[in-house]
Ligand binder design. Structure first.
Ligand SMILES: NC(=O)C1=CN([C@@H]2O[C@H](COP(=O)(O)OP(=O)(O)OC[C@H]3O[C@@H](n4cnc5c(N)ncnc54)[C@H](O)[C@@H]3O)[C@@H](O)[C@H]2O)C=CC1
Ligand SMILES: O=C(O)[C@H]1O[C@H](OP(=O)(O)OP(=O)(O)OC[C@H]2O[C@@H](n3ccc(=O)[nH]c3=O)[C@H](O)[C@@H]2O)[C@H](O)[C@@H](O)[C@@H]1O
Length: 301
């Protein structure tokens, strides 16, 4: 049994926190949103996800799952701190990092003993290093140590519980073998493939996976346009193509003509922008990093 605090009780934080409790850990889900936490305390679930209500009720009753707005206290009482706050797209297409930075600052201020800080939010490459710097700069007790791990999330809304309990793989990136081993052990009950790597590679895996999925949909959309012109059936083409094990049939469904293509296009642009940023941000060569007034990440060398 591990003592875990999840900062950010949104889609990802609530689902993954509940799943960690389900497999026997003591989990505190905290959030700055009082309305959300009050709902959860009353047994109301702010999102619809099949099976989530029952799982929350079961784990709350067994006193393995708690909800609070006292983020500092929640940090102090756990050994593993997950960051699962939002990283929405800013006006310029970059990830808005202000919430991650707020969480890192809070962790530093409440670092009362050694802790493993795990980032689950989708963040640009180099964020783990930045979190380390922010925690270090805000530590009240300079002698207390900590490690940083990247453990990106791959769940999909609508099948989040199943995606979490039966995850394809857990990507664990850290420069500390001991910390990575603890997070790997945490995932043992999920009987999944554990993929251990360094911090930056784990962060990049998340971006590469998201971008690849977007590429698959863009590709099938382009094929669909050709199919229309030549009188072919894109559903059959995708199915026939996907039967090749090198290709695979998943994420080969043409985006619908209404909302999906637009949102997918925006998401793709966002990913490209994030990936470009990831490429130009050379973590090892930079001397410092900061967030701008609007919360976007910026390296200075
Ligand atoms: N929703 C999804 O399907 C997936 C999302 N992700 C990523 O996971 C991250 C979280 O996403 P969601 O859960 O969907 O976001 P969300 O917007 O549903 O939840 C984020 C939560 O963090 C809270 N928060 C913000 N600042 C805080 C702070 N300083 N202290 C405590 N709580 C704070 C907010 O009040 C909110 O409840 C994002 O980076 C997202 O890109 C990754 C995989 C899947
Ligand atoms: O980082 C994030 O924030 C998240 O981004 C994605 O989530 P998202 O893009 O929000 O949604 P998906 O469920 O991946 O895809 C949604 C859209 O793609 C469309 N789609 C999906 C599959 C397909 O074959 N064709 C297609 O058009 C769906 O209809 C839907 O509109 C990923 O699924 C998450 O793992 C993730 O990490």
């Amino acid at each position: 049994m591990r003592k875990i605090t999840v900062i950010g009780t949104g889609y990802v934080g609530l689902v993954s926190g509940t799943c960690f409790a389900e497999v026997g850990n003591r989990v505190i889900c905290c959030d700055v949103d009082e309305r959300k936490i009050n709902m959860l305390r009353r047994g109301e679930v702010p999102i619809y996800e099949p099976g989530l209500d029952e799982m929350i009720a079961r784990n709350t009753e067994k006193e393995r799952l708690f909800f609070t707005t006292e983020v500092g206290e929640a940090i102090e009482s756990s050994d593993i701190i997950y960051i699962a706050v939002g990283t929405p797209m800013s006006e310029t297409g970059e990830a808005d990092m202000r919430y991650v930075m707020q969480a890192a600052k809070k962790i530093g201020e409440h670092l009362n003993r050694y802790k493993i800080i795990v980032n689950k939010s989708t963040v640009p490459v180099g964020t783990g290093e930045l979190v380390r710097e922010v925690v270090q700069a805000n530590k009240k007790y300079p002698w207390i140590g900590f490690d940083v791990v990247s453990n990106p999330e791959f769940l999909r809304e609508g099948s989040a519980i199943s995606d979490c309990m039966n995850m394809d793989r857990a990507v664990i990136g850290s420069d500390s073998e001991e910390a990575a081993a603890v997070i790997a052990e945490l995932h043992e009950p999920f009987r999944t493939n554990i993929f251990k790597t360094d911090l930056e590679s784990a962060e990049m895996i998340k971006y590469a996976a998201n971008t690849f999925l977007a590429t698959k949909i863009s590709f099938i959309n382009a094929i669909a346009n050709i199919c229309e012109r030549v009188g072919a059936n894109v559903v059959h083409v995708a199915e026939g193509m996907g039967l090749d094990s090198r290709i695979g049939g998943k994420f080969c469904r043409r985006a619908s003509a209404t909302a999906a293509p637009a949102s997918r296009r925006i998401r793709t642009r966002w990913l490209i922008s994030r990936t470009r940023r990831a490429t130009i941000s050379n973590c090892s060569n930079r001397s410092s990093a900061r967030t701008t007034a609007n919360g976007t990440l910026c390296w200075t060398s």
